[in-house]
Ligand binder design. Sequence first.
Ligand code: ZN
Length: 405
Amino acid sequence: MKQPFDQAWADTFRYAAEGSPFYREQFKNQHSVPPLQKVPTVDKTTLSERNLDFLCVPRDEIVEVVTTSGTTGKPLLWMLTEADVERLAENERLSFDCAGLNAQDTVLLAVGMDRCFMAGLAYWLGLRKVGCGIVRAGASSPALVLEMIERVHPTAIVAVPSFLRLIAEKAAETGVDLISGPVHTAICIGEPVRNRSFCLNPSGFAIDKAWGTRLFSTYGVTEFANSLCECVAGAGGHLHDNQLHIEILDEAGNSLPEGEVGEVTGTTFGVEAMPLIRYRTGDCAALYHSRCKCGRTTLRLGPIIGRKNQKLKFRGTSLFPSTLQAVLEEAEGVENFVIVARSDSDLSDSIEVLVHGGASAAALRELLQARSKVSPNIRHASPAEIEALQMPPQARKRRTFVDLR
Ligand SMILES: [Zn+2]
């Protein structure tokens, strides 16, 4: 049964204030339940400084220890009790339900189950609850995925968009036709497949073209043990509001109105091991309140536009690199590019875009001005120079945005 917000918030507050050393300290003079909006936020810096001070239960009640993705800094340790694992499973069941999966489906799970990640475990638990068949092919071999598609005829796949594109490349090489294949649904994790106006971005478009599946974007946060998945309307991920409360905050901590991009900030409900109150994720997106075309009335979270610390200040406006990336990815003839940000002054950053191929620098500047309202410096560069910036020696992931501020 659904709990009203006030009750869920009061339960989380009392439980955290009593059980967690961090919150016990923070709320030591707080004798009644304050309005949620009055409670200070916490960010990843606090979480990493006080990591296990957020733990509310003795260690012998912990059944799963995972780490956060570590996109910024050292990955945090995150712990779950048996009830937390059950909550995680129920969250993913609800998410897969949004994407229309049911017990008749066979789902190829092309996600890693190991390396301390929560995601693979969460999807597996959720799919078990849905009651469908599961093929744990993992995320390391496109050939194995293609083989299992041929032999098992799965109806859906769960994978990172870049891996879906890699599988499609392998399929094209080996003459496998994915379009006429059995997979009709792709659940896309970890990277956006839509832009701010909910249209497919270049990555989503490439997957759509190669696979011919319905795409569902899902956004998960390890620290919340929660994910928000799109329904068939593709208009944002649905929030499961008896497990999580979401606010979108500006830099000063004010709540932003519907449709405005700010920092995704969440408060968990029903978590035993490590509950969180007003945790600022660093991810930026907008929230939508209106009733969805699918009939659900829960809040929807739009595509992640970028990380808060990537936000650029440029001649009086602020923007995310993703805005420029989206234009450059679609610019005719541009084969490769990298955006470099440097610190110019306190008020403005300098942005230089190195491109290979495409129109003249002046024409590309004009295109960026028209589509993103900014015109950074553009310089044509060799593939080697761009490659060196995209993949420095220690990098694990190719990047098209380099932050030197
Ligand atoms: Zn919907």
